[in-house]
Design a protein around this ligand. Structure first.
Ligand code: NAD
Length: 486
């Protein structure tokens, strides 16, 4: 057994007395122990971050900070194989995915915010008052100080660096609480930070759980200025309540129940391929995944047939094998939740077009959390599978008769993260995109991202936006300096 995975505090690996299991979801086996941070370690991490937030990191020029962030990106690239192994062990996701999405995007996040930092400009207003005084009003940004970063398990490095890169670019120090399911890449990033010249205390990692553990200690800590959180909507609600007494600034990226709207004038091959990808990528465990597909009635039978064919063609296998296109679910608990929906679908009489149960495990992976890619039809309005986020490799497909009905059905949810529209009518694309309640709408594509754009959800899918200058709005404190000229 390998040494327990340490926390990373004030530039050093830190071991603790309490440990928990890190389980490989492809096999169900424990890969190593992880050091859990208690209140003392969280206090130490926050104190280190506070000290660093007042030190030279904040004082560095934007140009200098950007250069360090680029070196962090280079460091991730240089240790790509280690990051890949750690991420695949923790998540079970296929190499084919992690090597083109997760790890490269971890590096890209640092480069994108370094580039943004170089071009960010302050605002100024020339002011003349009624009695003839003149002033120059500057708007500058100060760092917030200490930012707590709480992350989920589905895209561990990608989503963590999406927050850490802009927080550091803006001159803050961070304390990261990775998911208890996927702790390894956060500690590894600590080594990369140190080697890239990030001062001790600027980047800290505390491992552990939510309630009664590192997550709660961080959220309630009086010396943490802001919490940026990605995870379930109900966890966001608990964090908001716990953070209320200390009035922290909050940014929430939460759950989804995303729709695809497929119109009869679409390129059917592209729509089917796009919906296959948006339903099954990362075994359906991406907040942006599609779980509801609304299809024009005239093309509905052909669409369902072709989607099921592509679903059945997913290759479940050893995550490290090049041929594998679908991995397991993250944990036994999550598999139980997803299979609960599979049972509900069967018991409530939905048509199971493909899948619908536990999958046969690949050779040597019998203890893993494997489920079948699944498509359901014949779903009554109001059914739980049209309302609740499953976060698994599955979707319901429902026919519609006209555009108004498609929009109404897409909006009939408490969530509003993203949507995809498949049509060759440009006017319709624009009209429907404006009418759908979602923070991000794709037309004839899915998961095509530009990191300069705002990312976040409407309704219960989130509060605030991150990405590009919107991240700097969250991670910075705007300050007005008024210089009297006359
Ligand atoms: P989760 O809410 O269970 O856990 C997320 C993190 O919060 C973990 O690190 C966990 O330890 C911590 N946590 C849990 N309870 C806490 C508490 N009371 N106080 C402080 N920390 C606490 O989410 P998950 O299961 O890890 O991730 C899946 C969810 O994340 C899905 O709902 C998915 O849609 C959502 N998600 C959203 C986005 C987005 O950008 N909107 C991206 C990825 C995932």
């Amino acid at each position: 057994m390998r040494a327990p995975l340490p926390c990373f505090i004030d530039g050093q690996p830190v071991t603790t007395h309490r440990t928990f299991d890190d389980v490989n979801p492809a096999t169900g086996l424990v890969t190593r122990q992880v050091c859990e941070a208690g209140r003392d370690e969280v206090d130490a991490a926050v104190a280190a971050a506070r000290k660093a937030s007042k030190g030279s990191w904040r004082e560095r020029s934007a140009r200098d900070r950007a250069a360090v962030l680029d070196r962090v990106a280079d460091g991730i690239d240089a240790r790509k194989d280690e990051f890949l192994r750690a991420e695949i062990e923790d998540t079970g996701k296929p190499m084919a995915l992690a090597s083109v999405v997760d790890i490269p995007r971890g590096a890209a996040n640092f480069r994108a915010f370094a580039a943004q930092l170089r071009t960010l400009s302050d605002e100024s207003f020339t002011t003349v008052t009624d009695d003839g005084q003149e002033a120059l009003n500057l708007v500058v940004r100060e760092p917030l100080g200490v930012v707590g970063v709480i992350c989920p398990w589905n895209l561990p490095l990608l989503l963590m660096t999406w927050k850490v890169a802009p927080a550091l670019a803006a001159g803050n120090a961070v304390v990261v609480k990775p998911s208890e399911e996927t702790p390894q890449t956060a500690t590894l990033l600590g080594e990369v930070m140190r080697d890239a010249g990030v001062e001790d205390g600027v980047y800290n990692v505390v491992h552990g759980f939510g309630p009664g553990s590192a997550g709660e200690h961080l959220v309630t800590h009086k010396d943490v200025d802001a919490i940026t959180f990605t995870g379930e909507s109900r966890t966001g609600s608990a964090i908001m309540a716990a953070a209320a007494p200390s009035l922290k600034r909050l940014s929430f990226e939460l759950g989804g129940k995303n729709a695809a709207l497929v119109f009869d004038d679409c390129d059917l091959d592209a729509a089917v391929a796009g919906c296959t990808r948006s339903t099954f990528m990362n075994t359906g465990q991406v907040c942006l995944c599609t779980e509801r597909i609304f299809v024009a009635r005239s093309i509905y039978p052909a669409f369902v047939d072709r989607l099921a064919t592509l679903a059945r063609a997913r290759v479940l296998g050893d995550p490290f094998a090049a041929t594998t296109t679908m991995g397991p679910l993250i944990s036994r608990t999550h598999a139980d939740k997803v299979l609960g929906y599979y049972r509900l679908a069967k018991d409530s009489g939905l048509d199971v077009v493909c899948g619908g149960t536990v999958a046969e495990a690949p050779d040597g992976h019998g203890g893993g959390f494997w489920v079948e890619p699944t498509i359901w039809t014949n779903v009554p309005t109001g059914h739980a599978l049209l309302r609740e986020e499953v976060f698994g490799p599955c979707a319901v497909v429902v026919p519609f008769d006209d555009e108004d009905e498609a929009i109404a059905r897409a909006n009939d949810t408490e969530y509003g993260l993203c949507a995809s529209i498949w049509t060759n009518d440009l006017t319709r694309a624009h009209r429907v995109a404006r009418a759908v309640d979602a923070g991000l709408v794709w037309v004839n594509t899915w998961y095509l991202r530009d990191l300069r754009t705002p990312f976040g959800g409407m309704k219960k899918s989130g509060i605030g936006r991150e990405g590009g200058r919107w991240s700097f709005d969250f991670y910075g404190e705007p300050k007005n300096i008024c210089l009297r000229l006359r």
